[in-house]
Design a protein. Structure first.
Length: 365
C-alpha cells in the first residue's frame, strides 16, 4: 500500500477523532467511547452549518456563486465574475508587462470605485494600498463592499529552472456594510534557497472567514526537525486542530529532489471538538519497503503507521488498518475488544455536507 493511501486512511480517521482538555484520565466503557465519537460528529456537522450561515459564506456565495448577471450571449454569471471581467477589460494592469509572473502590487496601488451608472471602475490615486469599492451584491443600491490589500512582499527563487516569486508577507481584508467578513495575514515567512529545492523555514498565516479563524504555522526547530500547526475555531466553540512534528532524513536541502523521500518520521496529534487522535508514521521505512511498487502487508502498515483515539488523557480506542475485499478499512478497537469500522460514523458524511453547502453547487458545470 502506498504512502498516499495510508495518509488518506489516516485522514479519514481524523474526522472523528476527539479530546477533552478538562477530563482527568479515566476508563471509558466501549459504549461511552462510541457515544463520544457520535457526539463529536454531530458537533462537527453543527460547526459546518455555522460556517455556512456566517458572514463570509454569505459574501462568498453572493459574489462568486449566485448567478445574477446575464452576459451578451444570454448566459448567466456571478456578480464577482462580472466585476472582474470589467476590471480586466479596462487594462489597469497588464500581467504580460514586466511582472515576470509576479503580483504587481506597486503598479496596482490605487482606489478603484465601481460606477453603477456607467458600469465601469473609476481609479483615483492612492499610494498606500489597493482598494476596491463596490456593491457586495448586484441588488445592493450602494457600494457597500470594500476589499483592501495593504501589504504584499515576496522573494525571488527558482523552481525547475523557472523564476518564481514566493510571498513573504501580505495583508488583505473585506468589509460588507462596514463589517469585516474576510481577512488574511501572512507574516514571518522565510526560506532557505538551494539549487534544487527552496525550503520554507517559517510561516505564520491567519485567515478570518466570519465567524471562523484559521491559523497555520510552520517552524524549523533545527536543521532536520520542523513543526506544523493548524487550528480552525469559532467563538461558538467549534475547534479543529492538527499538530505535526516532522523529522527529515537530511539537513542538506540542496540535494532534496523528492520531499516525500526526505521525510523520516511524522508524529501527528489531530483534534476535533472534544476528541483527539495521536499517530506516528515511519515514512522512511514505508518508502524503503515500497520501492519497486512493492505492496505493504497489513502487518507492516500497522507497524509503520500507528494511531490511538483519546478523550482527554484517556485512551478510548486503538486505530487499526485491515483489508477486506482488496479495500483498506480503518477499525476502532474499544476497551472491551469490540470493533467497529470507522466509516460507520461517517456513512452519511457526503450527503450531510452536500446538504449544508447545497447553495454552493453550480447549476452548469
Amino acid at each position: 500500500m502506498k504512502l498516499k493511501n495510508i495518509a488518506i486512511a489516516f485522514l479519514g480517521a481524523l474526522l472523528f477523532a476527539t479530546c477533552s482538555k478538562k477530563d482527568d484520565e479515566k476508563e471509558y466503557t466501549a459504549e461511552e467511547s462510541k457515544a463520544v465519537v457520535r457526539s463529536t460528529m454531530d458537533n462537527f456537522y453543527n460547526c459546518l452549518q455555522n460556517l455556512n450561515d456566517g458572514g463570509f459564506a454569505n459574501f462568498f456565495h453572493d459574489l462568486l456563486f449566485k448567478e445574477t448577471v446575464r452576459d451578451h450571449q444570454g448566459e448567466t454569471q456571478s456578480w464577482g465574475k462580472f466585476l472582474g471581467e470589467k476590471f480586466e477589460a479596462q487594462d489597469y494592469w497588464d500581467p504580460q508587462k514586466n511582472t515576470e509572473g509576479k503580483f504587481a502590487y506597486q503598479a496596482l496601488k490605487g482606489t478603484y470605485t465601481w460606477n453603477k451608472n456607467r458600469e465601469l471602475w473609476e481609479k483615483t490615486a492612492n499610494n498606500e494600498n489597493i482598494t476596491f469599492i463596490f456593491p457586495a451584491t448586484k441588488e445592493a443600491t450602494t457600494n457597500n463592499g470594500r476589499l483592501v490589500i495593504d501589504k504584499y512582499e515576496d522573494t525571488e527563487t527558482t523552481y525547475r529552472d523557472d523564476k518564481v516569486y514566493l510571498p513573504t508577507a501580505a495583508h488583505l481584508y473585506a468589509l460588507v456594510d462596514n463589517t469585516k467578513v474576510f481577512e488574511v495575514t501572512v507574516k514571518n515567512v522565510t526560506f532557505e534557497k538551494k539549487t534544487n529545492f527552496t525550503m520554507p523555514l517559517s510561516a505564520h498565516i491567519s485567515i478570518y472567514t466570519n465567524p471562523f479563524t484559521t491559523t497555520i504555522q510552520w517552524n524549523r526547530q533545527n536543521p532536520e526537525n520542523f513543526v506544523f500547526d493548524f487550528a480552525f475555531s469559532s467563538p461558538q466553540g467549534c475547534t479543529t486542530g492538527l499538530h505535526a512534528d516532522i523529522k527529515l532524513t537530511t539537513s542538506d536541502y540542496g540535494n532534496i529532489t523528492n520531499l516525500n523521500e526526505a521525510i523520516d518520521k511524522i508524529a501527528i496529534t489531530a483534534t476535533q471538538g472534544d476528541l483527539q487522535i495521536k499517530g506516528n508514521i515511519d515514512v522512511k521505512s514505508i518508502n524503503e519497503k515500497t520501492k519497486g511498487e512493492t505492496k505493504l502487508s497489513v502487518e507492516q502498515i500497522n507497524t509503520y503507521a500507528k494511531a490511538e483515539l483519546f478523550k482527554g488523557n484517556s485512551k478510548i480506542a486503538d486505530v487499526k488498518y485491515e483489508e477486506e475485499n482488496d479495500k483498506g478499512v480503518i477499525y476502532f478497537i474499544f476497551s472491551d475488544g469490540s470493533r467497529e469500522k470507522a466509516e460507520k460514523y461517517v456513512t452519511d458524511f457526503e450527503d450531510r455536507v452536500t446538504k449544508i453547502f447545497k447553495r454552493f453547487e453550480r447549476k452548469n458545470n
